[in-house]
Design a protein around this ligand. Structure first.
Ligand code: DQA
Length: 152
């Protein structure tokens, strides 16, 4: 059975490519999805790649991942800095969570320096551009391989 990874994207990430390109680069979300699918298939993962501007929809997908995914990669966008509800969903999910930001949030406005969801994350990758999604896939694959080894 293919191991599925949920790659979830929050508000306004549908506008990548045209949205503040000096901060987020010129890659569109479709470009990022293609790169993730390529990398994931090399690692033996299937991918559910989704984007929503709605907090509730994202929370629903996190809940779905409890039984449908081996891990979550999430760029929660602005909800990173506001959503206790998304944190609670991620704390309950029971699969490893990798938080990704395209930009280096610590070099930006102070309100972006705090992430609610980091408290549920195995790792946070930020400032590597869109390549951060692929780094997260690699890190997840490595962590799963290590934990499989340890469990015999
Ligand atoms: C972002 C950083 C957030 O602060 C911002 O609200 C986003 C994108 C990033 O990928 O760099 O929408 O998550």
């Amino acid at each position: 059975m293919t191991r599925a990874v949920f790659i979830l994207n929050g508000p306004n990430l549908n506008l990548l490519g045209v949205r503040e390109p000096d901060i987020y680069g010129r890659m569109t979300l479709a470009d990022i999805e293609r790169a993730c699918r390529r990398r994931a298939s090399a690692l033996g993962f299937g991918v559910e790649f989704r984007q929503s501007n709605s907090e509730g929809e994202l929370i629903g997908w996190v809940q779905e991942a409890r039984t449908a995914a081996v891990g979550i990669i999430i760029n929660a966008a602005a909800l990173t800095h506001t959503s206790v509800a998304l944190l609670d969903a991620l704390l309950a999910v029971g699969v490893p969570v990798y938080e990704v930001h395209i930009s280096n949030i610590f070099r930006r406005e102070p309100f972006r320096h705090h992430s609610y969801i980091s408290a549920a994350a195995t790792a946070v990758i930020c400032g590597c551009g869109a390549f951060g999604y692929e780094l997260a896939l690699e890190a997840l694959a490595e962590a799963l391989a290590r934990s499989a080894q340890h469990s015999g």
